[in-house]
Design a protein. Structure first.
Length: 359
């Protein structure tokens, strides 16, 4: 899910599903030039036009809402092209001012069909393993809208069955491990099909170890991004007085016992920021044996080196995962600026961006 708050999209879906409301899933399946979203970006739209998520930064969502009514009325998928590269013209009087082309696929999500395929996509998003969504976007085809969802463990196919379903699922499985969404022209049971292979990202999970006053800004920025965040500290007073309303979970635990109360392997990133030397050493000792891709440590290089020396052989297990001092050099001072730099580095790491590509 790109250009969208992951949690808000899932919460929007849960509320409508509980109420039995039909929805439309809008997915970008092809782009050219400069566009707000790229292939694989998604949003959800109600029958009355209320939506969650953005594909164009607000330029096209109104038109997508109108088109979604027809999709729900007919129960059939629809494709729509937006070519914003026209010079000296305002697109339908909207004055978009963009310079790219975007193609969007609209699929009905119906209670009678258990909201396939988005129910399966949402399940993957809440899990711990990214997957692939393969959707047939060929217009006026009996296969249009057929979708396979897999992460190698949990799998589903909707819209088709038999040989075509098996082939679509095999196509999705074959794309596991990729990072970029792409469109492919294939044959499914002898029928030509244009298929969007989209990456199904999980909702990022962040662990904040230390609930001092500077933990609040990190939590707020992560919450705005839609990340699921756990905050832990060994000091009850810090947890009680901190502004931690956006946390999914708050844990009071001695640093040396953090692995007993928190499944460390489920997190995508962790930031150690207790401002207590011994506690930070114990947190890093626990994280050294855990499978957390990004590890951040607050504080100057001298403090980092002192902690690593005290960890002995465990320090080697941290390897390149450890970022200390944590954060990109964005300039600025104070808790908010530091939080921004930390979360920015985490975001870059999750997106597979190196420091060199950010220059």
């Amino acid at each position: 899910m790109t250009a969208v708050n992951h949690q808000k999209l899932l919460e929007f879906f849960d509320r409508r599903r509980e109420a039995g409301q039909s929805l439309v899933l809008a997915t970008v399946y092809e782009t050219a030039g400069s566009t707000y979203s790229k292939a694989g970006a998604r949003m959800l739209i109600e029958a009355d036009g209320i939506f969650q998520g953005m594909l164009s930064g607000g330029c096209l969502e109104g038109d997508l809402a109108i088109r979604s009514r027809a999709v729900l009325e007919t129960g059939r998928p629809q494709r729509v092209d937006y070519d914003l590269r026209l010079e000296n013209e305002d697109l339908w009087g909207l004055g978009v001012g963009c310079d790219g082309m975007m193609r969007v696929f609209l699929q009905p999500l119906l209670p009678a069909e258990d909201y396939a395929p988005f129910a399966a996509i949402a399940e993957l998003a809440r899990g711990h393993k990214r997957g692939v969504v393969a959707t047939v976007t060929t217009p006026d085809s009996p296969l249009s809208g057929a979708t396979a969802v897999t992460n190698g463990e949990s799998e589903s196919v909707s819209g088709i069955d038999g040989e075509a379903a098996a082939e679509l699922l095999a196509l999705a499985r074959g794309a596991l491990g990729g990072r970029d969404s792409a469109r492919r022209n294939v044959s499914l049971a002898g029928t030509h099909a244009s298929v969007l292979i989209a990456i199904a990202e999980t909702v990022p999970r962040l662990l904040i170890l230390g609930a001092g006053l500077d933990a609040g800004p990190v939590l707020r920025i992560a919450t705005e991004l839609g990340w699921r965040t756990t905050v832990a500290d060994h000091r009850p007073g810090y947890l009680e007085r901190g502004d931690l309303a956006g946390a999914e979970r708050v844990v009071c635990s001695p640093a040396e016992a953090i692995a007993d109360g928190v499944d460390l392997d489920t997190f995508d990133a962790a930031i150690v920021m207790s401002h207590h030397l011994v506690s930070d050493e114990r947190y890093l000792a626990a994280l050294a044996t855990a499978d957390v891709p990004y590890l951040g440590l607050l504080g100057p290089p001298a403090r980092r080196d002192r902690i690593l020396d005290s960890l002995g052989d465990s320090a080697e297990r941290l390897g390149d995962r450890l970022h200390g001092p944590a954060g990109l050099d964005l300039g600025g001072r104070g808790p908010a600026a530091i939080a921004l730099s930390i979360v920015a580095e985490m975001q870059a790491h999750l997106a597979g961006r190196s420091r060199s590509t950010l220059r």
